[in-house]
Design a protein around this ligand. Structure first.
Ligand code: HEC
Length: 134
């Protein structure tokens, strides 16, 4: 019964139109826990991932290549030089409120930078890190 309620609660969060950074972490955490039981998001792992340099692309080796090293600041697109608004919800309240937008950009940016899609665990860590940035 408890499990059923928990699953229903997750479904509700997943289908609700507006999300929050916390509800998205909750969803990604539930998905990640299916692969590795007891998974807990880690802001520290998220910070390491954000700054990690991958060998996949020389023009955009890391998330910081476009998003700047400081998520409270605006970034600049590594190819087009277009300004990108801050990623941290504390600086930009629109961040991590639209699940479709979040999924679209994770897919695109992870594929370009990491060379594959990010896992649910990496997404949960990433948002956990950005939520802590002040
Ligand atoms: C080539 C430049 C570039 C790189 C490198 C890049 N991003 Fe982005 N990212 C963008 C752009 C452009 C947007 C969309 C514009 C915006 O939302 O301000 C975006 C938006 C996002 C969003 C949407 C967040 C929201 O709710 O609005 C996420 C999540 C994201 N990026 C994650 C990542 C991650 C994770 C990495 C590293 C693996 C990364 N990005 C690397 C350019 C980049």
């Amino acid at each position: 019964m408890k499990t059923t309620l928990a699953i229903l609660a997750c479904l509700f969060v997943a289908t609700a139109q507006a999300s929050t950074p916390a509800s998205l972490i909750h969803d990604y955490r539930s998905q990640a826990a299916k692969q590795s039981s007891g998974f807990q998001p880690s802001a520290q792992r998220g910070a390491t991932f954000f700054r990690q340099r991958f060998a996949n692309s020389s023009r955009m080796p890391a998330c910081t290549s476009c998003h700047s090293d400081k998520p409270m600041n605006s970034g600049s697109h590594a190819v087009t030089s277009k300004t990108i608004k801050p990623l941290a919800p504390a600086a930009n309240a629109d961040r991590f409120t639209d699940p479709e937008k979040v999924e679209k950009w994770f897919r695109r940016n992870c594929t370009e930078v990491v060379g594959r899609e990010c896992s649910s665990a990496e997404k949960a860590d990433f948002i956990a890190f950005l939520m802590e940035v002040r």
